[in-house]
Design a protein. Structure first.
Length: 460
């Protein structure tokens, strides 16, 4: 039986109460039709005013989580009727699919902090006009905020080199459209699935280069360029998605040297490593005239804040601005206003610290439960990479896991060369609503690794 507990939640009490109920409803702990306690009773239980609880209930009603009926009380809305609880039966199988394939922000109590910042930002919107499109690259104050944020990653730039985008996905799309050479992109042989999808949409050849435990191999890049296989290079030096590899300083320096030697344009995707500051500086700091640097707030603060930062050489700003205007007409200044408040109050760093702490705990659970020396993981990554034992193939393992109620990502989704196949899967540690649910879900994966695929049925 679920019990309200807001002891570990940040922010105003009414927001903490509303968020706690929202999480419980999402998990299925409070199914449709559940009656919430009378406001006076809950206020007495928490030692707060009835007004505080009334405000929480009003917010839940506004979010369409609950509905009030005069004379009867407040009930969980029926829209959640088809979302049963993620739980496990006596034999250990989930009652519905547990999503360990996609990312979600790990700390729901950050909602209260971001909500407070949004309220403050709304009161300050007179600073920027709301009756017309914003500049395609963002307002100067927001670009300066971006430059300030990027110092945490070891990148020192002025605001006039920062372009505001509605997320890293938009930034990557803009950069690819602006600087395609011979309709070819160089990248890691195992790379970000979003890059592979973009190349397919634009009919761009994605040429995969060799990687190892530290990411892209410089010698492979040098050989490709010497052989005339050139193009824009897209690379992930920190927490490579999906393998979690991170380049040491020397390798970053070598990639920068090769970019200058071969006059390559490097698109440095630093999205997955957003929570980390204890790492070598970006390639963009070593080859600033040859690098477009991209990051966002999605993986470190919240995916609801669709805000990305792109840093480019000054000679490329005008071209990027034209493409950015064509593709998106600029990002919403309201989101950047929220980030301004989060930066000014120190709340942004607080949320990152909360998310990092939770992610580290979840990675520890994954490592402890899986007990596999095959696992590639990092304490600050929202995902891990799991090469599978023979005779498993990725699509067979994904199907077997899904039959047992656990969803993971087929490694083939990350291959630059679609003709190849991988025996590996990516596991997202953020998808489980609780630590115990994560532990039980990973136990299913551990058990499958000890088994073998179902035998093929003979066809006569």
């Amino acid at each position: 039986m679920w019990t309200l507990d807001i002891s570990d939640r940040e922010g105003p009490t009414y927001l903490a109460v509303a968020d706690a109920y929202a999480d419980a409803i999402e998990r299925g702990d409070l199914p449709a039709g559940t009656r919430l306690p009378p406001q006076r009773d809950l206020a007495r239980q928490l030692g707060v005013t009835v007004g505080t609880i009334s405000r929480a209930y009003a917010l839940m009603n506004k979010r369409e989580l609950v509905s009030g009926e005069v004379g009867r009380g407040t009930f969980v809305r029926g829209t959640w009727q088809n979302a049963p609880k993620v739980d496990f039966t006596s034999d250990g199988s989930p009652t519905r699919a547990l999503d360990l394939a996609c990312f979600r922000a790990p700390v729901s109590s950050a909602n209260a902090i971001i909500s407070d910042a949004a309220i403050q930002a709304i009161g300050q919107t007179g600073l920027h006009p709301l009756h017309k499109y914003p500049p395609a690259v963002g307002f100067p104050s927001h670009r300066s905020d971006g430059a300030q944020w990027l110092t945490r990653y070891g990148l020192e730039v002025t605001g006039d080199r920062v372009l505001i985008c509605a997320g890293a996905q938009i930034a990557l799309n803009v950069a690819l459209n602006a600087f395609l050479r011979r309709k070819r992109v160089l990248g890691e042989s195992i790379t970000y699935a979003g890059l592979r999808a973009m190349c397919a949409i634009h009919e761009i050849e994605l040429h995969g280069l060799q990687i190892d435990e530290y990411g892209l191999v410089p010698e492979a890049l040098d050989r490709a360029c010497a052989a005339g296989i050139s193009g824009t290079l897209v690379v992930q030096p920190t927490l490579h998605n999906p393998t979690t590899a991170s380049m040491p300083l020397e390798r970053r320096q070598e990639i920068a040297r090769l970019a200058i030697k071969h006059d390559l344009l490097v698109i440095e995707d630093d999205t997955a490593g957003g929570m980390l500051t204890d790492r070598p500086p970006p390639i963009a700091s070593m080859a600033p005239d040859h690098t477009i640097y991209i990051t966002s707030l999605s993986k470190c603060l919240s995916p609801a804040l669709r805000l990305g930062y792109m840093v480019a050489p000054k000679r490329h700003i005008d071209r990027l601005e034209r493409i950015l205007h064509t593709l998106s007409l600029g990002a919403s200044p309201l989101v950047s206003d929220i980030m301004s408040v989060l930066l000014a109050t120190g709340a942004a760093e607080k949320i990152v610290a909360m998310n990092l702490k939770e992610t580290m705990q979840r990675q520890a659970i994954l490592t402890e439960t899986l007990k596999s020396n095959r696992l590639h993981s990092h304490p600050g990554a929202f995902f891990s990479w799991l090469p599978l034992p023979s005779p498993w193939r990725a699509h067979e393992f994904v199907a077997a896991a899904l039959r047992e109620g656990v969803n993971v990502t087929d490694g083939d989704n990350f291959l630059a060369d679609r003709r190849q196949h991988l025996s590996a899967v990516r596991i997202s540690v953020e998808g489980a609503p609780t630590h115990e649910t994560l532990r039980r879900g990973v136990s299913v994966l551990a058990r499958l690794m000890e088994d073998e695929p179902e035998a093929w049925v003979a066809v006569v």
